[in-house]
Ligand binder design. Structure first.
Ligand code: 1HE
Length: 263
């Protein structure tokens, strides 16, 4: 793959799905500057034929968060702001990627690791996953967009509890409270993520675009602005040649029906 990635990131392809592995297990996939910049480049420069991404971590943990060695040294407020903004740009590339991003969570998903997970679209947790925001214990604060994204998943009160008291959430609690959309057995996360990513990769391109870019805007708009934007997006999507073909396929009985199968 053409990406210029640091040794802490490893990319492969499986058909239309790009698979990105956090690959720094000796440091529990702690995110240093090079890794964060590499994430930014990877998501900004996805090959045109990539239709979905799966992100997972090597070793026993998804990510121990910020590489704490990167914020020690001579105190410098301006440098601190720029550092946080560098994370923002990287995770922005993920949240607003051209294609959906599926993350597999296991072991520690803490601090910046949880911020990274929160910038992906679908989170698949294995039973070993646990979530923590130990910034209070370290004397720092969220810096990777977590104060914007994590409360939108689980609410301000729970984020405050985690940050004030050091409360950790189990994989089951995370699933119940909305951190992950899926909870699977240990070791089953990557296969599940690939299955889901391949499904998403098979959707109409314009619908996936609308889900990633229009839906979150609409959900945060006033209802009147949301209804109007939705009507525009609906008209744009349904008039694409791809949509017209897919609609004909259904009406002429060439497309699969929607059924419900219990897992
Ligand atoms: C690290 C980091 C790290 C491990 N930065 N080096 N994050 C934290 O506060 C979590 C800190 N980490 C831990 O609590 C534990 O390491 C784990 C529970 C994740 C894993 O425990 P364990 O027993 O498997 O590993 P370990 O022995 O603690 O760590 C292995 C090595 O990784 C060790 O280095 P070594 O040279 O002694 O082998 C650790 O020092 C190193 N390591 N985690 C640097 N985070 C944008 S703002 C975001 C703010 C935050 O992310 S705050 C949360 C920070």
């Amino acid at each position: 793959m053409p990406y210029d990635l640091p040794s802490t990131l490893h990319a492969t392809r499986d058909g239309a799905v790009a698979v990105l592995r956090l690959s720094r297990p000796d440091k529990r996939n702690a995110l240093d500057d090079e890794t964060v910049k590499g994430l930014r480049r990877f998501f900004a420069e996805l090959d045109e034929d990539v239709r979905a991404v799966v992100l997972y971590g090597e070793g026993a943990h998804f990510s121990a968060g910020l590489d704490l060695g990167e914020v020690t040294g001579e105190p410098d407020i301006h440098r601190g702001i720029l550092h946080s903004q560098m994370w923002h740009r990287a995770f922005h590339e993920i949240q607003f990627a051209r294609v959906p991003v599926f993350s597999v969570l296991h072991g520690a998903v803490v601090g910046g690791g949880l911020e990274l997970a929160a910038s992906t679209h679908v989170r698949i947790a294995e039973k070993s996953a646990y979530y923590a925001l130990p910034e209070g214990q370290r004397g720092i604060f969220l810096g990777g967009g977590g104060s914007v994204r994590i409360p939108r998943l689980i609410g301000v009160p729970l984020v405050q509890d985690m940050m004030l008291t050091g409360r950790t959430l189990s994989a089951e609690e995370g699933y119940t409270f909305g951190v992950s959309q899926y909870l699977v057995e240990e070791g089953a996360g990557l296969a599940k993520a690939m299955e889901l990513a391949k499904k998403a990769a098979g959707n109409a391109v314009m619908t996936n675009f609308a889900v990633l870019h229009a839906l979150p805007q609409i959900a945060e708009s006033s209802p009147s602005a949301g209804f109007f934007t939705e009507s525009l997006m609906a008209a744009i999507a349904e008039t694409t040649p791809e949509a017209q073909q897919r609609l004909r396929d259904f009406l002429e009985k060439r497309a699969a029906k929607i059924t419900h199968k219990k897992d």
